[in-house]
Design a protein around this ligand. Structure first.
Ligand SMILES: Cc1ncc(COP(=O)(O)O)c(C=O)c1O
Length: 449
């Protein structure tokens, strides 16, 4: 959105009167099952700013949960969407196809890790990509069990809920869940290190703990797939110890188990690489299948499963699809988004943002023992808050910090199994000035609490 001033401005309390009015309408009309982080109703957003109906301008450190990585209403996306919507809005790719779907598949096959022949299939949401990756893996291996990890989040559909670790609010009361799902211990360096220093730093050791579950509780002959987020998102921005993911992949390859990387949150330049798998092992990790969504299309709903051709081609014809999957408007946006990431140097920008955020947070941590851990990569950085002098999660401090940040016009999100992690996911188009201002506000609030 051209012309949205890139400064924070508060002209009312947050939320302001117009937002409060709309929030009343929301409560009367929208299912209470949808929780709202911050009830300011948006009129415009661009760069690093979200403007609300009261004329307040908030600093965006959330990107609509890691979606508007290239900025809201990014110019190339706006142009591409306008042109496509004027030509046609839908035919259903399964009925009469169109070129942009094929072009998105070609681009995903090109930019995802792995040099061999690949195929892609498009859907609408991250959860749908996860569901379909499991279908593909089962079809290919003719096996049924699936292993996921502690702290995992894979979405809210039935299979994705089953794969997700945290009960409240994602699963509680919504069962029964899909069967044949097993859970293995994740490498969580901060918390592992409280028990065993070696486990925190030796990823192969942490992998052996998980592989023991695959071997002993499931059996490789029954296991179709291992699904993992290379950096866990909702679970707390947990970056596994070096060597963990390569050891898991190696075991999967030897045992005819499909290794699925869920890069729904970590993909598309977010972590300072096009995909987070690229940070792992010597020369990067090459998963068998990769799930993408969120940052794929500049804010339009689109998701994908991309992977090795022999696995992706296993399902029978018409076994995969969906009415809206790979909608032409979303495909036009995806092509524009990928072009924007590559031509605007946004991977490098994510690396700069990492340096800027972590340098400040580590300085803060050195003076404040309530910051238990600072972790993440690129523009996906979190602080884990604990009670002073302990490693006990401090959800209350996290809640107070978030509420005060929102009141001060800074949009931040929380995550983590214990709700004690503040996560920073700024759009890569945010200015250094806004980012620093946002971080200074958070630091000031934490100091006051
Ligand atoms: C790693 C991961 N997988 C899957 C999903 C589900 O995506 P969606 O909300 O688009 O269904 C999310 C969403 O936060 C996610 O972070």
């Amino acid at each position: 959105m051209a012309g949205l001033e890139q400064t924070r401005q508060l002209v009312t309390e947050i939320p302001g009167p117009a937002s409060l009015e709309l929030n009343k309408r929301r409560a009367a009309a929208v299912s209470h099952g949808v929780g709202i982080t911050l009830p300011v109703f948006v009129t415009r957003a661009a760069g690093g700013i979200v403007e609300d109906v009261d004329g307040n301008r908030l600093i965006d450190l959330g990107s609509g949960i890691a979606v508007t990585t290239i900025g809201n209403s990014a110019p190339r996306v706006v142009d591409a969407v306008r042109a496509q919507v004027a030509d046609f809005t839908h035919t259903c790719f399964m009925v009469t196809p169109y070129e942009s779907y094929v072009a998105v598949a070609e681009e995903l096959n090109r930019i995802t890790p792995g040099s061999g022949e690949k195929r892609s299939v498009l859907f609408n949401s991250g959860a749908e990509a996860v569901e379909n990756a499991i279908k593909v893996a089962r079809s290919y291996t003719r096996k049924s069990a699936v292993a996921a990890f502690d702290h995992a989040y894979h979405g809210r559909t039935n299979m994705a809920m089953a794969l997700t670790a945290k009960s409240m609010p994602y699963k509680s009361g919504f069962g029964p869940f899909a069967p044949e799902i097993y859970r293995a211990p994740m490498s969580y360096p901060y918390r592992d290190g409280l028990l065993d220093k070696e486990l925190a730093t030796d990823g192969e050791l942490a992998a052996a703990r998980a592989i023991s579950v695959f071997d002993k509780q499931i059996g490789a002959d029954n296991l179709a797939a291992v699904i993992i987020e290379p950096i866990q998102g909702e679970g707390g921005f947990i970056v596994p110890a070096e060597g963990f993911l390569p050891a898991l992949l190696d075991w999967c390859r030897k045992n005819n188990v499909v290794f699925i990387a869920d890069e729904v949150q970590s993909g598309f330049a977010r972590t300072g690489a096009m995909f987070a798998c690229e940070h792992e092992g010597a020369g990067g990790l090459e998963p068998d299948l990769i799930c993408t969504a969120k940052g794929i299309a500049g804010g339009l709903p689109l998701s994908a499963v991309t992977g090795r051709a022999e696995i992706m081609d296993a399902p029978h014809v018409s076994g995969l699809g969906g009415t809206f999957g790979g909608n032409p408007v979303a495909c036009a946006a995806a092509l524009a988004s990928i072009a924007t990431i590559e031509s605007d140097g946004l991977i490098e920008r994510a690396q700069e943002i990492e340096r800027l955020i972590t340098e400040r947070l580590l300085r803060l941590q050195a003076a404040d023992d309530r910051i238990g851990d600072v972790r993440g990569r690129g523009a996906m950085i979190a602080v884990e808050l604990v009670k002073s002098g302990t490693s006990d999660p401090d959800a209350e401090l996290t809640r107070k910090l978030t509420i005060a940040a929102h009141a001060a016009g800074v949009i931040v999100l929380t995550c983590g199994m214990w709700g004690n992690v503040i996560r920073l996911l700024p759009p890569l188009t945010i200015s250094d000035e806004l980012l620093v201002e946002g971080l200074d506000i958070l630091a000031g609030i934490l100091g006051d609490l």
